[in-house]
Design a protein around this ligand. Structure first.
Ligand SMILES: Nc1nc2c(ncn2[C@@H]2O[C@H](COP(=O)(O)OP(=O)(O)OP(=O)(O)O)[C@@H](O)[C@H]2O)c(=O)[nH]1
Ligand SMILES: [Mg+2]
Ligand SMILES: [Zn+2]
Length: 351
């Protein structure tokens, strides 16, 4: 196996240089078990754990390896095991807020070139959801591509595509059906040159089915969606990085239960460019777009050039982000405190 086939590039080589000089190996995280990682190397697959030093120095979940990460290893080839000493800088990462009440970043996939935002063209089709996923994608550093699956179940594919276009400026949109084997080939270009593609979307959208179609084998388990609402059954439980025989890397992920945003102010204006531009035309600079005279947003809604629902989701997202920011600030303060506690402890220990 050639390292390029795992997605290696010059930037990574540059950051690995000093480690390499020290005799370390490098590998890419394919799967995360509890405190154990399956890592792909040019010598094959190994099971790895982070070193004690790494664990001690890692202050947040975000600094631990995630699927897609490149890690610095000391290999014990005969045992098929390795120890992880460092994570090479990520050139992209798709993260979300950890489900639940803790404000912590969870990396869904890293070092991804393109992210397929997978949505089914059945009763689960939801433009607002695509909007939210796009927002996360802009922030990730990976290029978003919208993949509309199950085209065979949809009578008006063109109509749906136009609907998606209204929320996805300049983002490629592809419709496909694994069942009828249509539209799959167009997706293969994104894997050219050993690029990494991550699949994201709600449960039942058909991510694993598409993964299998691209892999050319039934590697991932798939399950029927529920009758009625077409929601999935959370079949895939682990993020997993897999290699395509024809070259390229795919990361299949579990459908997200709770789609919460992670700081994305920039992404917000990128995704809602139309609204931000409109707002510049409001008569008052601090217009709240509620009942002020000369409000460009309200008049666009009245004219039907701006969809009321789209504006509402913009407002909702802004609130969510503001809330998250307040929570993160608090957490940052606590973390800073803990960091100093740890450092003083380790200084004491050395004495
Ligand atoms: N008709 C039709 N059904 C499809 C197509 N693609 C996937 N499905 C079906 O959709 C259901 C869910 O597919 P999965 O691939 O398991 O969905 P998933 O996105 O991986 O779901 P999670 O792992 O739960 O996140 C399965 O019954 C698939 O057979 C398609 O192109 N056409
Ligand atoms: Mg799946
Ligand atoms: Zn206004």
């Amino acid at each position: 196996m050639n390292i390029k086939q795992l997605g290696w590039n010059e930037t990574l080589q540059e950051s690995f240089k000093t480690y390499e000089a020290d005799g370390f190996s490098v590998g890419r995280i394919a799967l995360e078990h509890k405190h154990m990682y399956r890592v792909l190397t040019t010598h094959g697959e190994v099971l790895a754990e982070v070193s004690g030093k790494f664990r001690f120095e890692s202050l947040s979940r975000e600094s631990f390896p995630a699927v897609g990460d490149w890690v610095v290893l000391s290999l014990r080839e005969d045992e098929g095991k390795a120890t992880i000493h460092a994570v090479l800088p990520r050139y992209s990462k798709f993260s979300r807020k950890v489900a639940g009440n803790v404000t912590e970043e969870q990396i869904v996939a890293s070092n991804v070139n393109t992210v397929f935002l997978v949505n089914a063209l059945n009763n689960d089709f939801n433009v607002r959801r695509i909007e939210r996923y796009l927002l996360m994608a802009w922030e990730s550093g990976a290029n978003p591509v919208i993949v509309l699956t199950k085209a065979d179940l949809c009578q008006n594919v063109e109509e749906k595509i136009s609907e998606v276009e209204t929320v996805a400026f300049g983002v490629p949109i592809h419709a496909c059906s694994v069942k009828e084997n249509t539209g799959i080939d167009q997706l293969k270009v994104y894997f050219d040159d050993h690029k990494t593609v991550a699949l994201l979307g709600s449960s039942g959208a058909g991510k694993s089915t598409l993964t299998n179609a691209l892999l050319g084998e039934e590697k991932q388990l798939v399950q029927d969606v529920r009758d009625g609402d077409d929601r999935g059954r959370h079949t895939t439980t682990h993020r997993e990085l897999l290699l395509l025989k024809s070259g390229g890397i795919i990361i299949d992920t579990p459908g997200m239960r709770e789609l919460q945003l992670w700081e994305s102010d920039n992404a917000l204006s990128h995704s809602f460019q139309d609204i931000e531009e409109l707002a510049e035309n409001c008569r008052f600079r601090d217009c709240s777009h509620k009942s002020e005279p000369g409000c460009a947003i309200q008049s666009a809604i009245a004219l039907g050039t701006l969809d009321e629902n789209r504006y509402q989701s913009y407002v909702k997202l802004q609130k969510e982000l503001a809330y998250l920011e307040r929570k993160t600030d608090k957490k940052a303060q606590i973390e800073e405190k803990n960091k100093w506690k740890k450092i003083t402890k380790s200084v004491k220990r050395k004495k």
